[in-house]
Design a protein around this ligand. Sequence first.
Ligand code: SF4
Length: 509
Amino acid sequence: MTPLDGTPGPSDPVETSGSGCHGGRETMQAAARAAGKSETMDRLALDYPRGPHDQPQSMCPAFGSLRVGLRMRRTATILSGSACCVYGLTFTSHFYGARRTVGYVPFNSESLVRGQLFEDIRNAVYDIAKPEDYDAVVIINLCVPTASGVPLDLLPKQINGVRVIGIDVPGFGVPTHAEAKDVLSGAMLRYARTEAEQGPVQRPRNLVEDKPTVSLIGELFPADPMGIGAMVGSMGMALAPQIPSREWRDLYGALDCSVAAAIHPFYTASVREFRAAGRPVVGSGPVGVEGTADWLDAVGKAAGINPSVIDETKARFLPAIKGGLAANPIKARITLSGYEGSELLVARLLIEAGAEVPYVGTACPRTEWSEADRQWLEARGVHVQYRASLEQDLAAMMEVKPDLAVGTTPLVQKVKELGMPAIYFTNMVSARPLFGPMGAGSLAGIVAAQTAGRGRYAQMVEFFEGVGVGDSAGYGFKGVAPDRSAAREKFKKARSASTKGDLATSMGT
Ligand code: SF4
């Protein structure tokens, strides 16, 4: 079914079923564009500018979108992608406690090439879109269906009142799983905004009508919204529903806010929708004394709060934060890297508590909503690296030789191999409050415990001395495993061969 203008139709996808994360960004992008996805790829490139590496260095980006869908009530989330990707994403979702089913429309080379996959997705959507069960059905195109041009935009926009949201979240277009959260949040906000513009919509749960409200953007530790709520409450404001939301009707409540707070600074598509709804957006977050003071000023001003009320609020909360930081000092040299988007805020908190932080790397891009944090950190001599690659994070850690490295899994692994203390950023951040008085003393304990245990790391290195590392990792009956890195080089060459003929030649078959 090729449209008359010659562009590929649902029945004419490009064959990409043998590619994936390792297929090469350029190859996959070219395939997606050839298959009619140029507009999508341009939008993604604009919203999520690429980094120094050409493939995801953390988990599959689509996990971010999947997680946002799975956390919403009365929302069905369906993946369209290779079985291996779906297996990994399903596993990860349940590892992180998803209590909802991950839907999957399988395909094979034939159903992909013949366009049957699109028909299968449409049938699956019709099957599941029951208004008694769901408010929305989300379909997520992973790498191969995106590169093959599976046209989710041709799905009906709603079926019996159940909204249908189709999004492309390819690893070759969305650099991090953090930004993938924004892809779905932004698509949902756009849909909800359009509904609200067309007429009356369902009343959000706990709608606040008698006060100005602030909608927080970003997945926060559960106690943080409560702490922030107390501070804005003191200014006569209340919290609107948060983004990503937990329920469809919360999207209307969020859009109805007086001011949106981009606490996580990578929600570009979501911010676009708040702005389209006429809502002012402020960046940074209420972290430490200075961050909290600036944030309360910005939010209060955007919501039209009387400056004297803002000052009273600051006078009430800032001393508590100052006291919390003073009572829980951090005396350590720390490097920080992560892909959550809150790295700059965490660095501010550590520095206000007394830590020396020479380097902060974030896999997220530079945006206007982290600009105040970047300036604050750089004024204190911190090197801020946006779109940091693992190699940059490692180089910084090697140069700084910190008392504690906070980072991603591969970085922590490397640091521990060197006999130095390291902890995962995600575990440290997602399990603690960061903002306002509650956040003030939250990081000191874990930093002290880890740096005090430095000797243990050195002991471990000594204990494992003589066991293979790198390409000879492992120890068996015959001693250290032999180094077989030559085989990897051989397969690497084979993979990069551009045609099947070249592939067969280089493999010696
Ligand atoms: S969907 Fe995710 S796991 Fe699958 S090929 Fe793309 S980036 Fe890799």
